[in-house]
Design a protein around this ligand. Structure first.
Ligand code: R5P
Length: 302
């Protein structure tokens, strides 16, 4: 076999589903953590002259998962692989895509440089927070739409739907989605407190949403705050129901509880990030993305 596919620990279930689609097995490797939390990686496959994929979602704990990715990449490079491709179903740090306040680090740029520095030749990723960060990489980036996973479901209720942009930054994504299905679009103006993490200062609905099914399109759910606040506003404006559709479910703290108990009627996410059984709740529906990723990888397998 001329291709080896490794996975870090962040989403082994998705990695298994991807290799299944490709009729392969995951390459063997050892990842251990020392008592002081340092990580050590050793690949247990011959990679010389081969095309090697490393699957890893940069989800929470982000830094741990990033280090695993870098260490696997380095081990593969030292094994003299022909080509190394990072498959990042979720690209963490993508939201730190600009310097918001003087003195801040441009984190998404640093992460891009780190990934390149170990010798990856290409990136395959899904639903970047801002696709402009592709420009932070010198190597090619294949960017797959994650929200396309929800397309078929939205088509079933098309006549009643208005697509909602949860903030100005998400406009391009939701606009493209609405246009592709010929659906109306409304916008929520969101102001964040840049001095306090996760704090939203104000929100306002712009557009006609009354008696519609509001489908909010977003890239990621973390605390659930953006979507729950948006849903409260939309219900006040007379929508029939609210569906939140976000590619990445990086649930932290009590996000699962907040979402289940809040005003959103259905929450759609994909499996780019592993959701443990105890964080799955009745309103949540998880859409698989393994075939989307596998079909891109197939194009690179000779
Ligand atoms: C923000 O710009 C992002 O696109 C998401 O809307 C946001 O990060 C979601 O975070 P949370 O669930 O904590 O509101």
């Amino acid at each position: 076999m001329d291709t080896v596919i490794f996975s870090g620990n962040s989403n082994l279930v998705l990695a298994q589903n991807i290799v299944k689609e490709l009729g392969q097995e995951l390459g063997k490797l050892e990842i251990i953590r020392f008592a002081d939390s340092e990580c050590r990686v050793r690949i247990e496959e011959e990679v010389e002259g081969k095309t090697v994929f490393v699957i890893q979602s940069l989800s929470a704990p982000v830094d741990e998962h990033l280090i695993e990715l870098l260490f696997i990449g380095d081990a593969v490079k030292r094994g003299e692989a022909k080509k190394i491709i990072a498959v990042l179903p979720y690209h963490g740090y993508a939201r730190q895509d600009r310097v918001h306040r003087q003195g801040e680090c441009l984190s998404a740029h640093v992460v891009a440089k780190l990934i390149e520095s170990v010798g990856f030749d290409k990136i395959i990723t899904m639903e970047l927070h801002n696709e402009a960060i592709e420009a932070f990489f010198e190597i090619p980036v294949v960017h797959i739409s994650g929200v396309s996973a929800f397309r078929q479901e939205v088509e079933k209720i098309k006549d009643e739907v208005v697509i909602i942009t949860p903030d100005a930054g998400a406009l391009k994504r939701s606009q493209a989605f609405a246009e592709s299905l010929d659906l109306p679009l409304a916008l929520i103006e969101k102001k964040r407190d840049l001095n306090q993490a996760h704090k939203i200062l104000s929100m306002k609905v712009v557009g006609d949403v009354k008696d519609k099914i509001a489908v909010i399109i977003d890239d990621v759910i973390v605390t659930g705050g953006t979507l729950v606040n948006a849903a409260f506003m939309l219900k006040e404006k007379g929508v029939k129901s609210v569906i939140a559709a976000a590619t990445h479910a990086d649930f932290v703290g009590g996000a699962d509880k907040i979402l289940q108990e809040g005003p959103i009627d259905k929450i759609w996410v994909t499996d780019t990030i592993f959701t443990p059984a105890e964080k799955i709740f009745p309103k949540l529906q998880i859409f698989p993305v393994s075939s989307l990723l596998a079909s891109q990888m197939k194009k690179m397998i000779k």
